[in-house]
Write a new protein. Structure first.
Length: 132
């Protein structure tokens, strides 16, 4: 599979998490942690799609900061502050298994981060086209 194909596969997975986030975010009985888990997963997969497209190897991780660091280390276009997606990090694993108070992130903010990541990857990979 080419880097382009791998990136597109990862974006399809990101879009599945994005769709789940939008479907459940306002549903009764669904807590913020569950909805934000899917926002975090979608952003994670967007970051990984960029790395895959550029042939960057990464370890199996859910850490958005680690993935952003890889993007920045390779001087790939990243129009956000290095910690832009950091507020989503706890939703990857910690808040899925722990009862912790959520501070500093609303569903609307999580949605904004998710949409920013998806639009950025569209702009970046769309501009790159299928050229290798």
């Amino acid at each position: 599979m080419t880097p382009w194909d791998e990136a597109q596969r990862m974006l399809r997975k990101a879009d599945q998490d994005r769709a789940v986030f939008h479907a459940i975010k306002n549903q009764p009985g669904i807590d913020t942690e569950t909805a934000c888990f899917h926002a975090q997963q979608a952003v994670e997969k967007c970051l990984k799609a960029v790395l895959l497209r550029h042939g960057v190897t990464f370890r199996r991780t859910h850490d958005l900061d680690e993935l952003v660091d890889l993007i920045l280390d390779r001087s790939l276009p990243f129009p956000f502050a290095a910690d832009h997606f950091s507020l989503l990090n706890p939703f990857a694993v910690l808040l899925r298994y722990e009862e912790l108070e959520i501070t500093g992130l609303t569903l609307e903010e999580a949605e904004g981060l998710l949409e920013e990541a998806r639009h950025w990857v569209d702009d970046l990979l769309g501009a790159a086209g299928k050229a290798s």
